[in-house]
Design a protein around this ligand. Sequence first.
Ligand code: MN
Length: 317
Amino acid sequence: MTGFVFGAATHTGKVRRTNQDQLLTNAPMFAVADGMGGHRGGEIASAMVVDALATAATVATIDDLIEEVQEANVRIINRGRLDRELKGMGTTVTVLTGLQRAGPDRLGVANVGDSRLYRLTDGTLCQHTEDHSLVESLVRDGRLTRAEAAVHPQRNIITCALGIDERVLVDAWELVPVVGDRYLLCSDGLFNEVDEDEICDVLNSIGSAQAAADELVDRAVTAGGRDNITVVVVDITAADIGDKPPDDRVIATHLALQDPVSTVESPDTDALDGEASDLQSGQYRHESVPAIMTRRLVLLVVAALIVLAVLLTAIAA
Ligand code: MN
């Protein structure tokens, strides 16, 4: 069974009045959620997804994990429909869990929005999740560099969140837990204030997971604290994995790509509170969709040609 030692910290920051971030440290389940939406909405949305994960039935597979996140999404949407004051609330979620299954130990990761999961292995930090954000899609298209994205004024605009669209698609990964690996889950209030080299230094130099989490939050507050900051640090202390793990730890990836057609304002400034209620649903693109579309298109063209041939034959006759 995978062993976990963990620490966590959260802070409202210096600018915002409330902390709409939520965290979960209920081994083997760990999560960070960053809520958005006016008034109490953001707090409620992030609390709802964390509660759903905390009370989830056995999560044995990556599909179970995706399902839990999708069910939380529907619950948030329904709650928003019942209460006008909560309309348009949404939340990010990044979750890391030990999959409770027979056979070698595995970790499940799921992500919606721009909270992140990093892994520190042998002193090197790597980001596992891919932000669902406008700047990330511009980087992917080669229109922004990584460095430009890090300071872009619109870096708080996210393209996907729970609570917005019933068809929310969830990025997910199945990983091999390796003793000595350290995972970091965090909201954007950390990495927008503290650069990755500094995050890496802190994770490398502080042995205790709790002390490392506290230090990261302290540094983000000191650097400006313009947003809520939430950090969960998880150390893998035992794991029964069988074979040699792949270097990147990843043994399965389920990427739900999304077009940046509609965007969600992450409430990084108070002025943006409540804006999310004016959202339109996004256009989603899933890996398996293009193949289905292509097949349907071919059938449609063939059908049209047959009709045309019949018509031409009738006219000629
Ligand atoms: Mn945030």
